[in-house]
Ligand binder design. Structure first.
Ligand code: SAM
Length: 273
């Protein structure tokens, strides 16, 4: 690329935000990274880490190491929708593997600005759009890969979001959620008798803990499932689990997402499910 890429990256007109993307100066780059606020994604920008002091370590690289094998080495132009993309770590990783259209959506301008900067710095064509998960069903078309990572437990209406996201999945859904409680899968039966109360004392029975106030100093943590709760909700959304590359992450394909040609979401909303 021969274009002069020295330009302001953020919306700020502060001259400190000028970074020469061809020959970045480490100090300038570090300053620019810091000026974009606290990062949740640790992205390596030519040796400058964006979140070197993350409380979870080198995040989300420590997760990506386990789930990256769930994607082909060459994505051959496959389309990707990254819901709750944050600063775009996964969008960047998949674009670098040869994805075609990559669209990251998030509600937080700070993260979106970080993502735009990181992608531009790395010369990657990634779209970042401010959009809530509850509006993904109005995005045109479907995607070969849909990522729904680390967002589910932040939602007051998690199944509404999941049912909307399912509509966008042409190929695979990569789903990750925080888990608490039992780590065991549970052999769910088709029905339980009204007087069977024992199942509810079994910690492995599918459940999601409701957080009334705050968890981990974060009042947006609403429902945290146990393992069988997460798996049950995925299956109930019409998805088939095809891989479980690490404890909190599942790879799913659409299986019975429609009934009589209609999506579960639409049937639930008009009372015909
Ligand atoms: C824990 S971070 C996960 C980021 C990334 N997907 C990952 O797995 O590393 C949660 C992200 O979801 C975003 N988010 C929260 N509520 C959202 C909503 N209603 N719609 C879209 N994104 C949302 C937050 O802004 C944040 O970037």
């Amino acid at each position: 690329m021969t274009t002069n890429l020295q330009q302001p990256i953020s919306h700020s007109d502060d001259t400190d935000s000028l970074v020469d993307l061809n020959t970045p100066d480490i100090l300038q780059l570090t300053k620019k990274v810091e000026s974009l606020g606290d990062w949740f994604h640790n992205i390596n920008l030519d040796g400058v880490p964006t979140a070197p002091n993350h409380f979870l370590g080198d995040y989300p690289n420590i997760k990506w190491k386990h789930i990256s094998s769930a994607f082909p080495d060459d994505l051959k132009g496959a389309s990707v929708l990254d819901v709750g993309c944050n600063a775009g770590f996964y969008s960047i990783a998949l674009k670098q593997r040869g994805a075609g259209r990559v669209l990251g959506v998030d509600v937080d301008d700070r993260y979106l600005d970080q993502g735009r900067f990181a992608a531009q710095f790395l010369h990657l064509d990634i779209e970042f759009e401010k959009r809530t998960v509850y509006e993904v069903d109005s995005i045109e078309g479907q995607f070969d890969y849909v990522l729904f990572m680390g967002v589910f437990y932040h939602l007051r209406y998690p199944l509404l979001a999941l049912d909307k996201i399912v509509k966008k999945v042409a190929g695979r859904l990569i789903f990750q959620t925080m888990l608490r409680g039992s780590k065991h899968a549970y052999p769910v039966k088709p029905n339980y008798d009204f007087w069977n109360k024992k199942i509810f004392t079994d910690p492995d029975f599918p459940a999601a803990y409701f957080i009334e106030n705050s968890y981990s100093n974060d009042q947006t943590n609403w429902f945290i499932p146990n393992r069988s709760g997460a798996e049950g909700m995925l299956r109930s959304a019409g998805l088939e689990i095809v891989e479980h590359p690490e404890p909190e992450t599942w790879v799913c394909v659409p299986n019975s997402v429609q009934r009589d040609g209609r999506y579960i979401l639409d049937m639930e909303l008009d009372g015909t499910l």
